[in-house]
Write a protein that binds this ligand. Structure first.
Ligand SMILES: Cc1cc2nc3c(=O)[nH]c(=O)nc-3n(C[C@H](O)[C@H](O)[C@H](O)COP(=O)(O)O)c2cc1C
Length: 306
């Protein structure tokens, strides 16, 4: 029995990937998480220049639903500074996916041009950045914008391009189709859902930025639905990476059955000792495979589509 999986041309030692933004801000944390047993790591999203985060508080735990609401935004040091960390990860043979973002096509191009010479495993395009030119709606909500950005990036790099989809859209298939037509190599679903929390005593929004994004266990059924829909629409044509609300080995199996070739895990790993959790995830998957006489992860992918 083996946990190896593939996402297009990329081979991973197991289907567990650290998702962008959680622990993924420096070389040392990414290295630690990989050594704890993940198949690969995704960096925090990197933009063209340093960006300060939103005002505090920017993270609030919703313990009753094992979830988190955050308005961390796209705080990052910019690609010129972060490049050093990525180089170190590559040097140390840590399978690294660089998440990149921009407010428009020009910014995406600038970041890609600045990083394209690195032997990165893949670039993940985070399309959840607000498009200021178009009234602040997220880049990833407009199929034409998505097509143009992916096509342009495709012409710049021969490295695999993963497109991370926002769930905050009416029809995710239209957006995914635009990304596939643009030439991406995998779809990643989903990013956080628009959300908000209010302090009823103070009678004000809890987050400094007022609005935020929901992640953690509460969003798992939404992620599963999107992955299922994407697999139903595209089948084997494009690999899918499932993200959203994974907190147990069972959740990973569910995503694989929905159609994911691999999964990303974020909120659940933001604990003091993620090492133990990663071991439990692997043990649970192996136990399930044994019970169901499954030899390979690929036998599970899309298994719920009968
Ligand atoms: C604090 C925090 C920061 C995040 N930063 C990013 C980011 O920089 N880029 C990105 O694509 N997603 C970001 N995300 C979204 C996660 O990568 C993931 O898509 C989402 O949290 C759902 O997965 P989860 O429920 O396992 O956390 C962030 C999430 C959280 C909670």
């Amino acid at each position: 029995m083996e946990l190896e999986t593939t996402v297009g041309s990329i081979k991973l030692r197991n289907p567990l990937i650290l998702s962008s933004g959680i622990l993924g801000t420096s070389y040392s944390t990414l290295q630690r998480i990989y050594e704890a047993g993940m198949g690969a790591v995704v960096t925090k999203s990197i933009g063209p220049r340093a960006r300060k985060g939103n005002p505090n508080p920017s993270i609030f735990a919703l313990q009753e639903i094992k979830s988190v609401i955050n308005s961390v935004g796209l705080a990052n040091p910019g690609y010129k500074v972060f490049r050093e960390d990525i180089e170190k990860l590559i040097e140390n043979k840590i399978p690294t996916i660089a998440s990149v973002f921009g407010e428009n096509e020009t910014e995406f191009v600038e970041v890609l041009e600045g990083l394209k010479d690195l032997h990165i495993l893949a670039f993940e395009l985070n399309l959840s950045c607000p498009n200021i030119e178009k009234g602040g709606t997220q880049i990833g909500t407009n199929p034409e914008t998505v097509f143009n950005i992916v096509k342009k990036i495709r012409s710049i790099t021969s490295s695999p391009i993963w497109v991370k989809l926002t769930p905050n859209v009416n029809n995710i298939i239209d957006i995914a189709e635009a990304a596939v037509k643009g030439g991406c190599d995998a779809l990643v679903a989903i990013n956080t859902l628009k959300a908000m929390v209010i302090d009823i005593d103070a009678q004000i929004p809890i987050l400094g930025y007022k609005r935020g994004g929901l992640s953690g266990a509460a969003i798992k059924p939404i992620g599963i639905r999107y992955v299922y829909d994407l697999f139903e629409n595209f089948g084997e044509k494009i690999p899918i990476v499932g993200v959203g609300g994974i907190s147990r080995g069972e959740d990973i199996i569910e995503y694989l059955l929905a159609g994911a070739n691999a999964v990303q895990i974020g909120t659940a790993l933001g604990v003091a000792y993620p090492e133990n959790m990663i071991k439990f995830f692997q043990m649970r998957i192996k136990k399930y495979m044994k019970e169901h006489t499954i030899e390979k992860i690929s036998e599970l992918v899309g298994g719920a589509h009968k």
